[in-house]
Design a binder for this molecule. Structure first.
Ligand code: SDX
Length: 439
């Protein structure tokens, strides 16, 4: 069913009454196609002089969107209405990119055109190659991604006018097409190997693996197993409603900033270990735990209120059931390891035992903490030869499609305005300046 615009349900409203002064304000209830209704509080401050208060936006809908739907209680994730496990099993990443950007699955001609556009935007301006040389060889690749992506606007001026729909789409295609090239270059730079140029005869996932692992000294044959696993990982990470980094991209875009700057802001936000940086943190945590007999020690640390340690890869703001992406990734883990002939991956055994112990523990059950998308992804990536420091880079590579789709949706929304939240002020009241001689 194509998405319908949110509608004001005139039959429904909520009334807020001030217990002190008795004043009341009636607010409309809006409903979308599926999911929770919202209370339209836009007139609250104007009529009451009061703000709502919701640190972390736990109960706040920041926008209307038709792109991705999550039912956290049921563990459901839909991209434009299609279930994530169906897309992961039956679609491919370029097709999912088209779906997220345009709202419908492409027919053959539309898909061929889109793939051609992405393929022929995958090269990077040659001068950008020198940009990498400014970084230390041991720079974290996410630092390089923030810097290089932010600099793209200085090379692609002809797609920075956000009011021109054609330029917006060119910028979107450029971002989706160039992220694998930039990501692979960040990796090559970190290991002192020459950059590999994109190849137009390879698929998106094949080309990324080629740019990551090929060397001039010999021909690189892309493994179809790895390419399929890579493509599936990209699909699973492509979008996820109004998560922290997507909200960052929307907020940056609401000021009219150019699309490359907005995506760079999203990359910076995704880097945090509470968000996209968790996949790297999961691998580091599993390696620190080291053996099954130390799992309980770490589970106890995670439960200890006085210990800031949390089990990375567990818990989610929205999912209070299994993250459907983790379910697909757990299955893929076994498939990829089997197909790679990796018989006993100790980290996988450790991860599965950690999941079993945690899911039987009252603390995790009561707080509805399940493995999230980051819990298994790193094990597959490591088995594919991707270094841990590149895990969040791959998350950013895939999420770029969701970011540009959400950015386009926001920019083309006629009701869109600059995002500018207020605050509950608890600082000093006005006071007079005191010269330093009198302090
Ligand atoms: C991603 O938003 C998205 O959609 C993100 C994402 C996407 O695709 O964009 O899905 C990708 O970021 C996945 C999440 C990756 N992060 C981690 O794995 C880091 C570990 N997880 C936590 O830091 C935490 O679960 C969050 C950040 C993911 C969610 O935090 P919330 O929603 O703010 O929940 P909370 O911190 O209020 O936790 C609720 C309770 C707390 O206990 P109480 O204070 O109520 O007693 O659960 C506890 C927390 O202490 N808790 C954990 C825990 N996660 C939450 N305790 C131990 N280990 C954990 N992992």
């Amino acid at each position: 069913m194509a998405s319908e615009k949110a509608t004001v349900d005139s039959a429904k409203s909520v009334t807020m009454t001030d217990s002190a002064g008795g004043d009341s304000i009636e607010m409309q209830v809006l409903h979308g196609t599926i999911g929770p209704e919202v209370v339209d509080i836009r007139k609250l401050y104007g009529q009451t002089g009061r703000f709502t208060y919701d640190p972390g936006f736990v109960s706040t809908a920041s926008c209307e969107s038709a792109i991705t739907y999550i039912d956290g209680d049921e563990g459901v994730l839909l991209y434009r209405g299609y279930a994530i496990d169906e897309l992961a099993d039956q679609s491919d990443f370029p097709e999912v990119c088209y779906l997220l950007l345009h709202g419908e699955l492409p027919n053959k001609e539309e898909k061929d055109d889109f793939v051609h556009n992405i393929t022929y935007h995958s090269m990077l301006h040659e001068q950008l190659h020198r940009f990498f040389l400014g970084f230390r060889r041991d720079a974290h690749p996410m630092a390089i991604m923030c810097g290089v992506v932010g600099a793209l606007s200085s090379f692609y001026h002809d797609s920075t006018d956000i009011n021109d729909e054609r330029q917006r789409m060119i910028a979107s295609h450029r971002m989706i097409a160039k992220m694998p090239t930039i990501a692979a270059m960040a990796y090559k730079y970190s290991i002192g190997q020459p950059f590999a140029y994109p190849r137009n005869d390879l698929t998106y996932a094949e080309d990324f693996l080629h740019m990551m692992f090929s060397v001039p000294a010999e021909e690189y044959k892309v493994s179809p197993v790895l390419a399929r696993a890579m493509d599936k990982i990209f699909i699973l990470h492509a979008d996820h409603e109004q998560n922290a980094s997507t909200s960052t991209v929307r907020l940056a875009g609401s000021s009219g900033a150019n699309p490359f700057a907005c995506i760079a802001a999203g990359i910076a936000c995704l880097w945090g270990p509470a968000h996209g940086g968790a996949n790297e943190a999961v691998l580091n945590m599993l390696e620190e735990i080291g053996s099954v007999d130390r799992i309980q020690e770490y589970v106890n640390k995670a439960k200890d209120k006085d210990d800031p340690f949390r089990l990375f890869g567990f818990g989610h703001r929205v999912y209070k059931n299994h993250d459907p992406r983790a379910t697909v990734l757990r299955k893929s883990c076994h498939e990829v390891l089997d197909e790679l002939g990796v018989r006993d991956e100790p980290l996988l055994e450790l991860a599965m035992e950690l999941e079993r112990i945690a899911l039987e523990d009252e603390y995790f059950v009561e707080k509805k903490l399940y493995p999230n998308v980051d819990f298994y992804s790193g094990i597959i990536l490591r088995a594919m030869g991707i270094p841990t420091s590149m895990f969040t880079v791959l998350f950013a590579l895939a999420r770029t499609t969701g970011w540009v789709a959400q950015w386009n949706e926001m920019i083309s929304d006629p009701t869109q305005k600059i995002g500018r939240p207020r605050q509950l002020y608890t600082g000093a009241t006005q006071r007079s300046y005191v010269p330093v001689s009198d302090r």
